[in-house]
Design a binder for this molecule. Structure first.
Ligand code: CXF
Ligand code: ZN
Length: 375
């Protein structure tokens, strides 16, 4: 079918909204009419080259929600008309990682940025006659998608699409960083470095886990206000500014858990967070750096002598098929605030404005909302 999509043709270019051709769903695939797509920082890492892709053009978007419009052969447990969320990481359900309860580490993740469809290794999207690599095998910046069932999670029909879109990446990544990976316990003190969509989700996970103090760090005043509204007890403009107040509040013990959720990871942030981390505490690195960046600042003496953990993660260490329904159930019960995480909505044609707003610190999450005019 002919439709349109936001395509990137080279490094540091703008997203170009133009005509694309999407193939029919083959075995194990579904066609989805998209309703909403979240604008995650990771798509911007493709623009800057921090996450290098094998080639261009690339189709953006890996957070999204929509309605199934067509089924390919051999699709199980999904029907036309189902409301669904796209998980940025596919889960086959049968590989060793999935079997061990680590769907976030599913073997299918190996081809995440390859653009080659899981079913047959071909490309489902063409633009200007060329094969297009869909971000995370999805490409939610289009009113229609054809994707493998392993990236699709069915949701209840009463969930608003724009909030559903966020549980495909940002929300489970942040929430799981606090609940699964940091394993925040009641009464613990937590530092959140970087308050975007992932940081606010980590913050909500820390609140739900019963944290005592939550120290949010972000250079943007409006984001610090948002952090306080979502349950942070303190907010600081930098890690340096946070040191003395955290010493005072914790009698010098510092925070048991620190979570780095900045838009772009840098090696020096590791030491900044480790200084704020208590003895036997854990520093969780959720933010992504440049693929080739190997340099980390870390006090090796204090790392060992104070018995600190340094732990990475993808998708907050979660399982999409468990965490997506759980998070949406919590949303429905009023225990997870997703509504206020959607700061602004845009048309697909406004995708570059949305990313500019993200870079200007104006959004927790910007969301593309599709309408009749797009389909
Ligand atoms: C990333 C993980 C690595 C590939 C691109 C997407 N995650 C989410 O934002
Ligand atoms: Zn993302």
């Amino acid at each position: 079918m002919k439709t349109k999509g936001a395509i990137l043709w080279g490094l540091n270019e703008k997203w170009s909204v133009e005509e694309i051709e999407i193939g029919e769903p083959v075995a194990g695939e579904v066609q989805i009419r998209m309703e909403a797509a979240g604008m995650c920082h990771s798509d911007h890492h493709i623009v800057t080259g921090a996450t290098p892709m094998p080639s261009f053009p690339v189709m953006g978007g890996h957070e999204g929600s929509g309605v199934i419009t067509k089924l390919g052969p051999e699709v199980k447990g999904l029907e036309v008309g189902d409301h669904v969320v796209l998980s940025f990481i596919p889960a086959c359900g049968t590989c060793p990682a999935c079997s061990a309860g680590h769907q976030n580490l599913c073997d299918l993740g190996m081809g995440l940025l390859s653009g080659q469809a899981i079913s047959d290794g071909t490309y489902r999207i063409q633009a200007r006659g060329e094969n297009v690599i869909p971000m995370c095998l999805l490409g939610t910046f289009s009113p229609y998608m054809v994707v493998n069932q392993s990236s699709v999670v069915k949701i209840d029909k009463d969930i608003p699409f724009e909030v559903a879109a966020l549980v495909g990446c940002g929300v489970p990544t942040g929430w799981g960083s606090a609940t699964h990976i940091a394993d925040v316990k009641p009464g613990e003190d937590v530092v959140i470095m970087g308050v975007g969509g992932v940081g606010i989700s980590a913050l909500q996970g820390a609140v739900a886990s019963g944290a005592r103090y939550i120290f949010a760090i972000d250079p943007v005043p409006w984001k610090r206000e948002q952090a306080l509204k979502f349950g942070a007890t303190h907010a600081f403009e930098s890690a340096a500014a946070a040191i003395q107040p955290i010493i005072d509040a914790t009698y010098g013990r510092m925070a048991q858990k620190t979570i780095i959720t900045v838009g772009e990871m840098k090696g020096e942030y590791v030491e900044e967070a480790m200084i704020l981390t208590a003895k036997a505490g854990r520093c969780v690195v959720t933010a992504m750096g440049h693929l080739t960046d190997m340099d980390v600042k870390l006090n090796l003496f204090l790392m060992s002598m104070l018995q600190k953990d340094l732990q990475g993660n993808i998708f907050g260490g979660g399982n999409a098929r468990q965490d997506v329904p759980n998070l949406l159930a919590m949303y429905k019960a009023g225990k997870l605030n997703l509504d206020d995480m959607v700061t602004r909505t845009y048309t697909l044609e406004g995708v570059n404005d949305g990313y500019q707003d993200m870079l200007d610190g104006k959004n927790i999450r910007g969301v593309i909302r599709y309408t009749e005019a797009d389909w």
